[in-house]
Design a protein around this ligand. Structure first.
Ligand code: DON
Length: 347
């Protein structure tokens, strides 16, 4: 390394890839060093382990029964290494995080315009299951201002309805299939959560019917609501979620299985929706603090993506008023900031 310029020497020490173009050194984003990651993960785990803020979701009765102390962190890097703390084995229901992967399936099958034109890619500024937000869209539809996206319930149920297939089973095979590919293992539905949510999802049924009435769903809204409920009940642990985030971080290629799950050119669209609407009406605050595309679920999980550097996930069921895990937001913010994960920041 003796004759290397200083910038390249620093890059070699941190494991970054350096290219010399026209005499200038360009350092590509790459995962930070392992011991640094583990230190950040351990520090965030310890700092928030005894935090007593937030409350489990209870509008889906099964979610209220999950242990609020469950807390696991997983960071996954380009080489498929997984850095963990706490409980990364116990499964929770994926809930709204599934909306990212079903939208990814539609985008993969039908292109970026499919979601943008039928549903929209703008924040609603409202809660995730707001019916007023649907009425707002109805009024402005056709005026070039569809304030809707596939990460709130109305847009998500519509996205589920867009997955093609001749039967509910055929559609489901694609939905679970893309979740499996992102996670790198076969996932299953938590039947107790599926039953509990099916018994208590009258509001989502109303949303599905409205989305049919307003032309977002073209047919069979009951099937869309049922499959949406099923996708929300998929069981995942923090490690699965970390792997799913990492697959998004590395251009749609699962860093462990090596499978190219999604066309790399389509991944930025998925990340953009997460940046705009991943934490609902708190998405702006989140982006301001971290710069990371992310997605939360009322099961207590949050995934976040530092493109080209790492995927990160935290599971911890107690939520804040917007429906986002309190510990997960704090732990991800600390870890990402410690590792230089903010894609808008330059040293
Ligand atoms: O439809 C629902 O209300 C739930 N299955 C999912 C909502 C959710 O996860 C919102 N996330 N923060």
């Amino acid at each position: 390394m003796k004759s290397f310029p200083l910038s390249l020497r620093a890059a070699a020490l941190t494991g970054a890839v350096a290219l010399a173009v026209g005499g200038a050194a360009i350092v590509n984003a790459q995962s930070p060093a392992g011991p640094e990651i583990q230190k950040a993960v351990d520090a965030a785990f310890a700092k928030y382990q005894n935090l007593a803020e937030g409350k489990n979701a209870d509008y889906i009765p099964a979610l209220a029964k999950v242990d609020p102390k469950l807390y696991g962190i997983a960071v996954v890097t380009a080489d498929g290494k997984v850095y963990t703390a706490g409980n990364v084995a116990t499964e929770v229901s994926i809930q709204s995080i599934s909306k990212v992967f079903t939208a990814a399936q539609v985008i993969q099958e039908q292109g970026l315009d499919s979601i943008a034109k039928r549903i929209g890619v703008d924040a609603t500024g409202a809660r995730f299951n707001s019916i007023i937000a649907i009425e707002g869209v109805k009024v402005v539809q056709g005026t070039g201002a569809p304030e809707m996206n596939p990460l709130v319930n109305p847009g998500a149920i519509s996205a589920t309805s867009m997955v093609t297939g001749n039967s509910a089973d055929a559609v489901w095979a694609k939905i679970i299939g893309i979740h499996n590919d992102f996670a790198g293992r076969q996932l299953t539905v938590l039947q107790d959560v599926y039953k509990s949510e099916s018994d208590s999802n009258q509001r989502n049924q109303a949303i599905g019917a409205l989305m049919l009435a307003y032309g977002y769903i073209k047919s069979n809204w009951q099937q869309a609501v049922d499959l949406y409920t099923r996708q929300c009940s998929i069981g995942v642990n923090a490690k699965d979620l970390g792997m799913m985030a990492a697959t998004l971080a590395f251009g749609g290629k699962n860093p462990v299985t090596g499978k190219q799950v999604m066309d790399p050119a389509k991944v930025p669209g998925v990340l953009a929706i997460m940046a705009t609407a991943g934490l609902y009406d708190d998405s702006g605050k989140w982006l301001y603090a971290t710069g990371l595309p992310a997605k939360s679920g009322v099961g207590g999980g949050i995934i976040a993506v530092s493109p080209g550097k790492f995927g990160i996930a935290v599971v911890s069921p107690p939520l804040d008023d917007a429906g986002n895990s309190v510990r997960a937001q704090k732990a991800i913010t600390d870890i990402s900031n410690a590792l230089g994960g903010n894609p808008y920041a330059r040293k």
